[in-house]
Design a protein around this ligand. Structure first.
Ligand code: KGT
Length: 276
């Protein structure tokens, strides 16, 4: 199976971001990718709630989603939109941070709303209150694909190891971790967290990331860590995309999942304790 991770530097303008994303999808399809993955908030990286209110749409009217569904059908490939920021019917006006899997007919195969909100003071200058803008999801999702179960997560979820273990126990052989990681925590934690999740679960970890300096017409600009990554179930880093935007390909042999789990059966046979 050939995966293509699209590393993006999205701005806060969904209309301006879309042509670049679609050009990368075309490139990935031409390179023979079976599954094309994009980062968290593919449509809009913004720090301004007012701006988001003005530019975001609910799922049925989101132009990025419509265009990606058409692209999946045109190329007959699977596409995982790492996430879209979407309007919802939430009475408090909060958005959804929603990961969406599209099948090769262009139909939506699965959805996952990010569960863990990044409400963190990383440093004096880097503070995040994701829960002020987004409504957290409440349901974990393992999507069925031709290559086996795909456990869907988003960004900060990567720090909650039990979610990933649960996804693996529910049948995941791949975990998607689309991200817009902060540069400070990225440098310290990103790779080791992804490798830990892969080793603990015996899953392939597919982690497409936002990278670089994100242009913003409103509010403060943001920087992200980049380093989109694929990690094998034994823990090897198969792909580290560095910090340049673009299409990054990685060939994956799903037989490695059972091989790793047979060598160290921590996810199935040797499990004894499921919490208090
Ligand atoms: O804000 C949006 O529009 C979309 N959401 C994000 O970019 C989120 C919240 S700010 N980013 C993360 O979860 C980074 C986690 C991270 O960096 C860590 O765990 O260290």
């Amino acid at each position: 199976m050939r995966a293509a991770l699209l590393q993006l530097t999205a701005s806060d303008d969904p209309e301006a971001n879309l042509p670049r994303t679609l050009a990368y999808v075309d490139e990935a399809a031409a390179e023979g990718a079976d599954l094309i993955l994009t980062p968290e908030v593919t449509n809009c990286v913004s720090s301004s709630r007012e701006h988001q209110k003005a530019v975001l749409r609910p799922e049925p009217r989101d132009p990025t989603l419509s265009a990606m569904r058409a692209a999946a059908a045109r190329h007959q490939r699977w596409i995982l939109i790492g996430s879209l920021a979407l309007r919802t019917a939430d009475p408090q006006g909060r958005f959804a941070n929603r990961s969406i899997l599209i099948d090769p007919s262009g139909a939506i195969a699965a959805r996952y709303d990010k569960i863990h909100m990044f409400d963190v003071d990383v440093s004096d200058t880097e503070t995040f209150r994701e829960s002020a803008a987004y409504r957290p999801g409440a349901r974990a999702t393992v999507a069925q694909t031709p290559w086996g179960g795909l456990g869907m997560t988003v960004c900060y979820d990567v720090r909650f190891g039990h979610l990933h273990r649960m996804l693996a126990q529910a049948g995941a052989v791949m975990l998607s971790v689309p991200a817009a990681f902060s540069p400070v925590t990225g440098a310290a934690h990103w790779e080791v967290l992804l490798r830990a999740r892969a080793i603990e679960t015996g899953c392939f970890v597919l982690a497409p990331a936002q990278t670089g300096q994100h242009e913003a017409s409103v509010g403060r600009t943001r920087r992200t860590h980049g380093h989109s990554m694929v990690v094998a179930p034994w823990g090897e880093v198969l792909l580290d995309a560095g910090t340049h935007p673009g299409v990054h390909l990685c060939d994956i042999d799903l037989a490695e999942v059972e091989a790793a789990r047979a060598r160290v059966p921590a996810i199935h046979a040797d499990r004894r304790w499921d919490g208090p």
